[in-house]
Design a protein. Structure first.
Length: 95
């Protein structure tokens, strides 16, 4: 009878240990699950920020091209004006 009591006692001890381990693992699972949820939220926020920044980059590129085009047109106009003045000077020298 003593052997059965010892076996039952050993089984009870092992069951308690397993329950303690289960509780610890459950707590760790909950912590990791919460951390995963938070990281997913951060990831989504960062993806949204990236999209917004890419849109700003595209807008700035377009604005930069427009400025370059406007600057190019201004420079062409100045060159044309200088050429007209040079032609006038040449005309005056020929007379």
């Amino acid at each position: 009878m003593g052997d059965v009591a010892t076996l039952v006692s050993g089984i009870e001890y092992k069951v308690r240990k397993l329950m303690e381990q289960h509780g610890a693992l459950q707590e760790e699972y909950n912590r990791l699950s919460n951390e995963l949820t938070e990281l997913k939220r951060i990831n989504t926020d960062q993806k949204q920020t990236i999209i917004q920044l890419e849109e700003k980059i595209n807008v700035l590129k377009l604005a930069g091209n427009k400025d370059a085009d406007a600057e190019s047109i201004t420079m062409k106009a100045k060159i044309s004006e200088l050429l007209r003045e040079i032609d006038k000077c040449i005309g005056l020298l020929n007379t």
